[in-house]
Design a protein around this ligand. Structure first.
Ligand code: UDP
Length: 327
């Protein structure tokens, strides 16, 4: 029996595939390679290039392979782009999940781990954020992730398909040997942008606002290592395959780091000056997002290993400095 990973050639998907293979699972990957990289996949993976919205294609994969459970990453994931192109996000993310859920129902596959996001919360009323906090997304991207969770909730109700939704905070870092890592084009995330600046690919880091109500005025985020995140997906699929009930978990490190603090740490890790300049705030950025991940620790037995921001930065640096142009 195999685990199907949709979007397995993407940044988080490929790290999850790597951990699954290391633990001895048979893995089937479906990815349309719109943003994913086939080079990120190990040779032992069975790879199908195609789109989850293509029901005939997806059905054939399920008919050809013996799929026991699904880990679902395939989605568009840029907040800014989703504001510009909301219908593209509803189509790929929401309709894609609907087709996947439908094929799972037809093929009687009852376990799905789903890549959700802290963007489902919107601007939090309390920090750290618990899973019980109000969900009020401030972007189409966050809205699609919430709608995808709801599709799965109602499929559980009607067909008994069990799901775990994992709401990620800021995912960063790379496999420790630097062989796979983050390769987005265009890049919008803080850590890769800092490291591209360290490599001389950008003139300076633009800090989006230093007038937030935080100690140094820059936004605070909760950064979690991609390998710890990958591990949580494996725990979650095991939990479902052992009969666990549908559930939602936050995944973060529970520690807040400001943009300025991250820049200073990156200067230490890379030994580079890394120029920066303060520019106006980016629309829609909440001041502080920090997770409570106690629930994932208690119920899934998640125990993140790479919690130091140094490990996150040095692993990302190993990847970026050895692959300056990406894959
Ligand atoms: N950020 C920044 N400059 C950049 C990219 C990001 O100052 O070039 C800030 C951004 O405003 C946010 C934090 O870094 O406060 C993390 O942003 P990112 O896009 O990595 O993740 P997000 O928190 O938006 O999911």
């Amino acid at each position: 029996m195999s685990i199907l990973v949709t979007g397995g050639a993407g940044y988080i998907g490929s790290h999850c595939v790597d951990v699954l293979i290391e633990k001895g699972y048979d893995v089937v990957v479906v990815d349309n390679l719109q943003t994913g990289h086939e080079e990120s996949l190990p040779e032992t993976v069975t790879f199908y290039q195609g789109d989850i919205r293509d029901k005939r294609f997806l059905t054939q994969v399920f008919e050809f392979e013996k799929i026991e459970g699904v880990i679902h990453f395939a989605a568009n994931s840029l907040v800014g782009e989703s504001v510009e192109e909301p219908l593209m996000y509803f189509d790929n993310n929401v309709y894609g999940t609907q087709v996947l859920a439908d094929v799972m129902r037809e093929q009687d596959v009852k376990a799905i781990v789903f890549s959700s996001s802290a963007a489902t919360y919107g601007e939090p009323k309390e920090v750290p954020i618990l899973e019980t906090a109000e969900t009020n997304p401030t972007s189409p991207y966050g809205e699609t992730k919430l709608m995808m969770e709801k599709i799965l909730k109602w499929c559980d109700n009607a067909y008994g398909t069990k799901f775990v939704a994992l709401r990620y905070f800021n995912v960063a870092g790379a496999k420790l040997d630097g062989t796979i890592g983050e390769d987005h084009n265009p890049e919008s995330h803080l850590i890769p942008i800092i490291l591209q600046t360290a490599l001389g690919q950008r003139d300076s880091l633009k800090i989006f606002g230093d007038d937030y109500p935080t100690p140094d005025g820059t936004c605070i985020r909760d950064y979690v290592h991609v390998l710890d995140l990958a591990e949580a997906h494996v725990l979650a699929i095991d939990y479902l395959l052992k009969g666990g009930e549908s559930n939602i978990f936050n995944l973060g490190s529970s520690v807040g780091f400001s943009v300025q603090a991250m820049l200073e740490e990156a200067r230490k890790v890379t030994g580079k000056a890394i120029e920066s300049e303060v520019v106006p705030r980016r629309a829609g950025d909440p001041s502080t997002l920090v997770a409570s991940s106690e629930k994932a620790k208690c119920i899934l037995g998640w125990s993140p290993r790479y919690t130091e921001v140094d490990t996150i930065l040095s692993s990302a640096w190993k990847w970026h400095s050895s692959h300056p142009e990406g894959y």
